[in-house]
Ligand binder design. Structure first.
Ligand code: NDP
Length: 288
């Protein structure tokens, strides 16, 4: 294995390969970051060319795609015949462009998205999404599983990025809502830790049960109908009450703003009786 990029995540990836017994060559702009890995048996490449040519599979985990191209373009020809696995966070278009660039250099390209923090790497609850070259995934699946549960999501090189960003957007939305909740409760000098562990976390866990149903309503276009248990009119009242209470408690409502426009637009629309499932259609722009 070769691992290029030894930031917080790259170091964890290289450490997981070493722990699994894979001979691992590493390279990083700031060479000192390799010290602990070298102590654990990694080989430190002196140059990027040496790093790429050391292994049939090159795993890259850098700050962003421009940095990846800055580092790899000067040595692009050395990628011929190798598998390039890029775990750098980026957009679907960046992944597709990089796949085309790698193809032009004779490399087989697998793009990836890491759904974990460094401390989780090497454990099954860390999930890593992959898209692009199926032959690379099949050949190295066992090795990639050492980083976390490896999941192939499709041949389109942009899919792993798309799923990664979708999952992150859900996470950031959840953290924004949870931060607002904590800010509200803190105004009354309540025990935040107790509130979070005994009420907030179980509540959020319980609400996730509704997500597959919400997705299914969008997949099939089926509506909740008159029996809808949580119609938007009712939800609008609750949200208005949250805003009023937040103002009264002197808590800024900026973190809730993502709810206002879609919910307002949902009321009185054909999607009216579809619960919050209708929000997905409302924010999706028509294809150009
Ligand atoms: P770090 O900031 O810790 O590391 C960034 C890496 O990029 C380092 O290897 C750094 O080298 C290198 N780098 C930055 N700029 C340049 C440059 N101009 N030239 C050469 N090398 C450069 O980030 P992470 O390791 O945490 O993140 C790496 C990727 O992993 C990102 O895409 C991130 O989104 C993804 N990721 C990270 C997670 C996390 O919790 N950390 C979670 C999931 C995904 P140097 O050491 O020399 O500065």
């Amino acid at each position: 294995m070769t691992v290029i990029g030894l930031g917080a995540m790259g170091k964890a990836l290289a450490a997981a390969f070493l722990a699994a017994g894979h001979p691992t060559t590493v390279w990083n702009r700031s060479a000192g970051k390799a010290d602990s890995l070298v102590a654990d048996g990694a080989i430190q490449a002196a140059t990027i060319t040496e790093a790429v040519t050391a292994s049939p599979i090159v795993v890259v985990c850098l700050l962003d795609y421009p940095v990846l191209h800055e580092i790899l373009e000067p040595v692009g020809d050395t990628l011929a015949g190798r598998a390039l696995v890029n775990l750098t966070n980026g957009t679907p278009d960046q992944a597709r462009e990089t796949a085309g660039w790698a193809r032009g250099r004779g490399a087989d390209y697998l793009d990836g998205g890491i759904m974990a923090v460094p401390a989780m790497i090497g454990r099954p609850e860390a999930r890593v999404l992959y898209s692009g070259s199926r032959p690379v995934f099949d050949q190295y699946e066992g090795t990639l599983n050492r980083l976390g549960t490896a999941r192939y999501v499709g041949a389109d090189h942009g899919l792993a990025s798309l799923y990664d960003l979708a999952l992150l957007s859900a996470m950031y939305g959840q953290f924004a809502g949870a931060s607002h909740a904590l800010a509200l409760v803190r105004t009354e000098k309540a025990d935040l830790t107790e509130f979070a562990s005994s009420l907030l976390a179980p509540w959020l866990t319980a609400t996730t049960v509704a997500l597959p149903l919400l997705a299914e309503q969008n997949d099939t276009g089926t509506q909740a109908g008159e029996e809808s248990a949580s119609p938007p009119d009712m939800q609008a009242v609750a949200i208005a009450n949250i805003v009023t209470a937040s103002n009264a408690q002197n808590v800024d409502k900026a973190l809730l703003s993502h709810l206002f426009v879609p919910l307002r637009d949902l009321i009185g629309r054909p999607a009216h009786d579809r619960d919050l499932a209708g929000m997905v259609d409302l924010i999706k722009k028509p294809q150009e």
